[in-house]
Design a binder for this molecule. Structure first.
Ligand code: ATP
Ligand code: MG
Length: 143
């Protein structure tokens, strides 16, 4: 088995509520290695591009408002089956539906403000990692 990568974001509500440290603790406790991380505030254009797949959904404008409402913390995580493992760790989109012990169940308030993003497929993980971090500058062998 080999390690793979996913893109995670601690969303603006996570940063605003001073939960970044706790959520990073959970991520590392679950065996993920953080191999790139920074803080940035998404522009409207940037958030619209990142969530372009949802552009026709009724919640799109609110989603862009939320994702641009303050700084967020995108990061690249490594683990075996990183995409699937991270989706399990964060839980369902709506925290009310999320399993006990998942990050969204523990910390999120609502379906629209749900603390954390995780890529939904290895293909999208690659696109999202390139979007935030480019192809360079990520260490290749995190132990
Ligand atoms: P993410 O892509 O942020 O990891 P997800 O993959 O669990 O979340 P998506 O269906 O991709 O869920 O939705 C993207 C984001 O849009 C959600 O995380 C949430 O913030 C918002 N969202 C999704 N569905 C709704 C909804 N019905 N009402 C309000 N906001 C929603
Ligand atoms: Mg998604």
């Amino acid at each position: 088995m080999h390690t793979t990568r996913t893109l995670a974001i601690l969303k603006p509500d996570c940063v605003r509520r001073s939960l970044s440290g706790e959520v990073l603790r959970q991520i590392e406790n679950a065996g993920f290695k953080i191999c790139a991380i920074h803080m940035q505030q998404l522009t409207r254009t940037g958030a619209e591009a990142f969530y372009a797949i949802h552009k026709d959904r009724p919640f799109f404008n609110d989603l862009v408002d939320y994702m641009t409402s303050g700084p967020c913390i995108p990061m690249v995580l490594e683990k075996q089956d990183a995409v699937g493992a991270f989706r399990i760790l964060i839980g369902a989109t709506d925290p009310q539906d999320a399993d006990e012990g998942t990050i969204r169940k523990l910390y999120a308030d609502s379906k629209s403000e749900n603390i954390v993003h995780g890529s939904d497929s290895p293909e999208n993980a690659q696109i999202e990692i390139a979007y935030f971090f480019g192809e360079s500058g990520i260490p290749t062998d995190i132990k």
